[in-house]
Design a binder for this molecule. Structure first.
Ligand code: ATP
Length: 272
């Protein structure tokens, strides 16, 4: 049976300011894919090659997907997100066609941020990949990236993985994923910024986010989101009784902190 994939196409309204921290990664994205889109003549003047994508890697939940969406929002581009495992799950032989369709859709929607998640699934060493004719898919991917058949002008390519070492090295050649950035767990300043973003616009008392961030050792952005979600749930229950939205208090965040376990340490000790 033939299965078609339905990549999610959207027009994000979030921007870089809605992503806490990640300053270094934001700068890389600006230099490598946003500025070339906005000032092609400058890049041409210096003979600087444009094109190619950025590969982000690091522990889960640290904002890779979020930042990719925000990149689209930042430049008013559409956003097409594709999980490589979804493509691989397709009936054998169909996955190349599907991949081609994804690129064609992105080209038709340009300017478009085309985001590939779980790209480690394209590892040449994976036996199930070899069995299922994965080499063909890799070659298809490489020629789509190179824009052999159709130009990728206006298509901004980002990818993410938790395990970059599994990827075929052909992906890292110039014009492909020639920029690789490590998305670290948030540091103190980034944690404060993330909490700030997550609590923005919510009813709250004056909060000491610095203190919360200090206690949140080894927490990812997603873990911090879990803290805020738990705190909001606690507050919602109370608010329901009172029939009005009560402000989130420092103590709600502290209670929530006790209920959420940090997740990033595991990646550093077991990922490889
Ligand atoms: P995975 O490897 O699991 O796909 P990821 O790095 O792509 O993880 P995201 O999906 O972007 O992580 O993050 C999960 C959620 O955590 C986000 O939707 C957001 O709510 C929150 N989050 C993570 N990082 C940040 C950040 N820097 N600023 C604000 N929110 C964040």
């Amino acid at each position: 049976p033939e299965r078609e994939i339905y990549p999610s196409l959207e027009r994000p309204t979030i921007k870089f300011k809605d992503v806490g921290g990640m300053e270094k990664v934001k700068e890389e994205i600006e230099m490598k894919i946003i500025h070339p889109l906005q000032h092609p003549e400058l890049y041409k003047a210096y003979g600087k090659q444009v094109g190619g994508g950025i590969l982000m890697y690091g522990p889960p939940g640290c904002g890779k997907t979020l930042l990719a969406r925000a990149t689209a929002g930042q430049v008013n581009a559409s956003f097409l997100s594709v999980g490589i495992n979804d493509i691989l799950d397709m009936w054998i032989g169909n996955s190349e066609k599907n991949l081609h369709q994804v690129f064609e859709l992105a080209r038709a929607q340009a300017p478009c941020v085309l985001f590939f998640d779980e790209v480690d699934a394209l590892g040449a060493s994976r036996t199930d990949m070899r069995k299922s004719g994965g080499r063909h898919l890799i070659n298809q991917f490489l020629s789509e990236l190179d824009g052999v058949e159709h130009s990728n002008e206006g298509v901004l390519i980002l990818a993410a993985t938790n395990t970059p070492w599994n990827m075929d090295s052909a992906f890292r050649r110039p014009g492909r994923f020639d920029r690789i950035v490590f998305v670290t767990p948030p540091d103190q300043a980034a944690k404060e910024a993330i909490l700030e973003v997550l609590l923005h616009g919510k009813p709250s008392q004056k909060l000491n986010l610095e203190a919360i961030a200090k206690k949140a050792k080894d927490f990812s952005g997603a873990d911090l989101k879990a803290i805020v979600d738990v705190a909001i749930e606690l507050k919602l229950r109370e608010s329901m009784k009172k029939g009005q939205p009560l402000p989130i208090e420092q103590n709600d965040l502290l209670k929530a902190l006790d209920q959420v376990k940090p997740s990033t340490k595991e990646w550093f000790t077991t990922a490889r």
